[in-house]
Design a binder for this molecule. Structure first.
Ligand SMILES: C[S@@+](CC[C@H](N)C(=O)[O-])C[C@H]1O[C@@H](n2cnc3c(N)ncnc32)[C@H](O)[C@@H]1O
Length: 233
């Protein structure tokens, strides 16, 4: 299984799509369908469904209402954004942004196949291409550990800018996994523990900042994983 995860990270930034991926100091995963396949196999055989639990819990914490506007930043192949699309319904708006062209192409193909009207765009957290106060909710799952600390700060300021007053932020992530080796370790090197992530969110000016650990029971593929929720006011 670790070989499978190495495969995922070995093939980072190798998009075959004609749209170029965007330049960022974050670590880009340009995998398309291989990302979904690797995660599905990993979650089923190794993580025992923890990734699915994390996504469900992210949606619970976001308390998304029909008609709301939601941004998923670092959306990968769009799995979470598609679930959100079903929740907000036709009156709502969901946008997924990721620098990786192959992830966005895969996300668009999934949305078309499932007839869920979610917009997917190449983009980066450091320059979100939206007007101030566009979104009711911003989500970020398993993305913050791809960003160096200075970019986390810059990205949180951008998230604050595009949220409406009273808008909600939900981050799901895990800290640096010290036992990981090679390229996987490189990808996990920027992971912050929940307390540090919470401090960054507070420093960005958010209020009602709360932390919740993911409680995977006896087995944990992601020790220290959890959620930070906050409100922009
Ligand atoms: C581990 S994936 C998580 C994808 C998805 N959110 C999920 O839960 O499956 C991390 C994603 O962050 C993206 N990423 C890297 N740098 C970024 C940046 N500067 N802005 C936005 N996303 C970025 C990567 O391309 C990758 O798709």
């Amino acid at each position: 299984m670790h070989a499978l995860m190495r495969h995922l990270h070995d093939h980072a930034s190798t998009a075959t799509d004609t749209t170029p991926s965007m330049v960022t100091r974050g670590l880009v995963l340009d995998q398309g369908w291989r990302y979904d396949l690797t995660l599905w196999i990993g979650d089923t055989l190794m993580f025992r469904g923890q990734l699915r639990v994390m996504r469900r819990k992210t949606l619970d914490l976001a308390r998304i209402q029909p008609g709301e506007a939601v941004l998923d930043v670092g959306c990968g192949t769009g799995t979470l954004a598609l679930d959100v699309g079903r929740q907000v319904g036709r009156a709502g708006r969901v946008v997924g942004v990721d620098p990786a062209a192959a992830q966005i192409a895969r996300a668009r193909a999934k949305a078309a196949r499932r007839h869920v009207p979610v917009e997917f765009q190449t983009g980066v957290i450091e320059r979100l291409d939206f007007a101030d106060g566009t979104f009711d909710v911003v989500l970020s799952t398993l993305m913050m550990h791809h960003l160096p600390a200075s970019l986390k700060r810059q990205g949180l300021a951008e998230i604050a800018r595009v949220l409406k007053p009273g808008g909600r932020l939900v981050i799901a992530d895990f800290p640096r996994q010290r036992d990981r080796q090679g390229r996987v370790a490189r990808f996990h090197a920027c992971g912050s523990d929940l307390d540090d992530l919470t401090a960054l969110v507070r420093d960005a000016g958010f209020s009602q900042v709360e932390t919740e650990a993911l409680r995977p029971g006896r087995f944990s593929a992601f020790p220290g994983a959890g959620f930070v929720t906050a409100v922009w006011s």
